[in-house]
Design a protein around this ligand. Structure first.
Ligand SMILES: [Fe+2]
Ligand SMILES: [Fe+2]
Length: 470
């Protein structure tokens, strides 16, 4: 599959061979650019940013690094190469040839999956659009913009699928993706985590750590889909997504490091007084973003998840590598539910519990990051530890929505939850304090006081490199 990098829309899907589709996408392009100018990073559209741009789908050398103004970024449509002998990897059609077109009975459900994934991409750009003004360093500013332009490209990836495979419905959905707005009460984004404000850098790092990480697991499950164009699209998106997760995990890690360092140097002082973020506020931000991100996996018991698995459309995490048996047909899964006002165990068919199975993989990955952050604390002799709250805490979707739990997962009354809310979730005062630390630092090589510098720069460049020319 050849790369057409110099067409109006760079692609490796032979767009010029499908004039109807090409016209539809070229009609969508100016609307996308209008949206980018209106809702993309505020105040930096005419600055040169040291960005990577996808130019190939080969594992080595897939990206080119250079200065580019964001509106000139070459957003393209790239799918991983097809495997001529690919077969459906799980479910009732296990071993049959993969689907090149949308299976009729799953058309609506599949469209919903693609629209929901597609909606998160521009939503996150909207959530983050003001952050450039308070960047802690040029390195971080560049990383923010890298994430933003690639979320834009992920929108292109989903719009391609909609316009290519879903006819007029798909074209309408593509238009609507540019019309909804994060946090807008009249036309909000589809998922709640994507309507939450992300207006300070601690929010940004938690968002890329926890919420983008949901994307990793969703994309990974779809990357083995029997609907082959979706699988190949998601495979390439995952290549880019890794950097977003890196930004989040190391971003929070650098906040932890800086706080630990100040606690060590000033054992009798409150780090607030020293202009850093105390661990209790950080913990509340973790609780907030972790719990909202858990909701993104959907209900614990789900007939949709069973249907999708049966159809071979959405698998488990690393279905081929991690499982020997790919029908999941005659197995059961034990999970916690609330029954008569008490926690109870219930056994359900495994296929109905696949949202919970995927969520479990996500939690393991988050625990790995927490262990790293706690090591930073230990390294500086700080006894306190950060933790993940129970997966029942502060949930708005699934079995635990509508019930109150403490951070250890004990069922409590709604009154107790409200009484202790400020202990567990960021208060207005917390948010205001964090915001009070957010002053832009844009001199090359300098960094804000509340965060440690990164261990290394981008693409072999030093931290002092001029990542954005202001
Ligand atoms: Fe994305
Ligand atoms: Fe992302």
């Amino acid at each position: 599959m050849s790369m057409n990098l110099y067409e109006r829309i760079p692609n490796n899907v032979n767009l010029s061979g499908d004039k109807r589709l090409q016209r539809a996408l070229e009609k969508w392009l100016p609307n996308y650019l209008d949206w980018w100018r209106e809702m993309g990073p505020e105040g930096f559209q005419d600055k040169e940013v040291y960005l990577r741009t996808a130019i190939s789908v080969q594992p080595d050398g897939w990206a080119n690094f250079d200065y580019v103004k964001m509106p000139d970024y070459r957003w393209g449509i790239f799918l991983k190469p097809a495997d001529a002998n690919a077969t459906v990897g799980f479910g009732d059609n296990y071993g049959m040839p993969v689907y090149q077109e949308v299976p009729g009975e799953f058309r609506n459900a599949l469209r919903r999956i693609i629209v929901t994934q597609g909606d998160t991409e521009p939503a996150s750009v909207e959530q983050q659009r003001e952050l450039g003004k308070t960047c802690p360093s040029l390195y971080d500013l560049r990383n923010l913009f890298q994430v933003n332009v690639e979320e834009g490209r992920h929108l292109w990836a989903m719009v391609y699928l909609l316009q290519r495979y879903f006819g007029q419905d798909g074209r309408d959905e593509a238009d609507e993706l540019l019309q909804r707005r994060s946090g807008n009460p009249d036309k909000p984004r589809i998922l709640e985590a994507f309507n939450q404000p992300c207006d300070d850098w601690l929010n940004f790092f938690c968002f890329t750590m926890f919420t983008d990480r949901d994307g990793k697991f969703q994309l990974a499950a779809l990357a083995e889909s029997g609907f082959e164009p979706l699988a190949r699209t998601c495979q390439f998106m995952l290549t880019e997504e890794a950097h977003h997760l890196f930004v989040g995990e190391t971003g929070v890690g650098r906040v932890v490091k800086r706080t630990a360092q100040l606690m060590k140097e000033n054992p009798n002082e409150d780090v607030r007084e020293l202009g850093a973020i105390p661990l209790d506020i950080l913990q509340r931000y973790i609780n907030f973003w972790f719990s909202y991100s858990l909701d993104l996996f959907g209900g614990e018991i789900s007939s949709n998840s069973a249907d999708f698995f049966a159809a071979g459309l959405k698998g488990r995490y690393k279905e081929q590598d991690n499982y020997a048996e790919h029908t999941a047909a005659n197995e059961n899964f034990m999970l916690s539910v609330v029954e008569d006002g008490r926690l109870a165990q219930r056994e359900v068919p495994l296929r109905n519990a696949l949202n919970e199975v995927l969520r479990g993989e996500y939690v393991k990955d988050c625990e790995r990051a927490l262990a790293r952050w706690n090591k930073f604390l230990r390294d500086d002799g700080v006894a306190a530890e950060l933790y993940l709250p129970s997966t029942r805490f502060h949930r708005h979707v699934g079995e635990f929505a509508g019930h109150a739990f403490d951070v250890r997962g004990e069922l409590i009354t709604a009154e107790e939850f409200e009484r202790r809310r400020a202990e567990w979730l960021p208060s207005m005062a917390d948010r205001e304090f964090v915001r009070s630390l957010m002053h832009p630092v844009t001199e090359p090589g300098k960094i804000a006081n509340w965060i440690a510098p990164p261990a290394a720069g981008i693409k072999g460049k030093p931290f002092e490199f001029e990542y954005v020319r202001l």
